[in-house]
Design a protein around this ligand. Sequence first.
Ligand SMILES: [Zn+2]
Length: 233
Amino acid sequence: MSHPILELQAAETMADQLKHRRERLVERDQVQAARNELIRWDQARSLMHQRLDELAEQIEESEADGREIDKHRAKLEAQLKTVIAPREAEALQSEITTLSERRSQLDDAELAALEDQTRIEDDLTALLGQEQTLRDAFISADAALNAVATDIDGELTRIADRLDGLRAEVDPALLKRYDRLRGHLVVAATTLSGSRCEGCHLDLSAHEVDDVKDEIAANGVADCPQCGRILLR
Ligand SMILES: [Zn+2]
């Protein structure tokens, strides 16, 4: 690569590619995936705590209700011992039976809640056991991203350091044209390869190729008649 404008173009193309690569690093996706895992983990932990709080409240209420029922039933049973009229005794007995049924339902519900509590506590213990692994995975994914990004940044800095020198070697008028083209084109300066412009990849007519070659011979550079890019041999 002889002409400084082509070296400048190559350096800037390399910088563009590195910036593009830096934005689309697979390591960046891996950091995001590890972060999402941690977020899901934290949500699951919150849900389990919330469910455990609800169950504790439910169990406490069951026990308070149970104590009330027991108190009421004991009172009715005491009354039953003093009652003589069979109809009154029957009514009391029926009320006691209803209370016993209600008590039994409460016990069943409380037992189910206690089983849920045990199961969720086990799940929570298992979940908490995953925390360090997930945090370590995030930290190492983040470190891997930083390592790759730092390498790219180092390369970008080296290229940026070279750019001033390369720009100083290019004729100011040509540099101005190059910068204007670079405003809307990735490749502003390229070569003629046979009859093909390597910028727009179109074949020039034999006549156009002759004109371009003449102009390059006279001025060192020419314009591509198809795309307007700076053409060199
Ligand atoms: Zn072209």
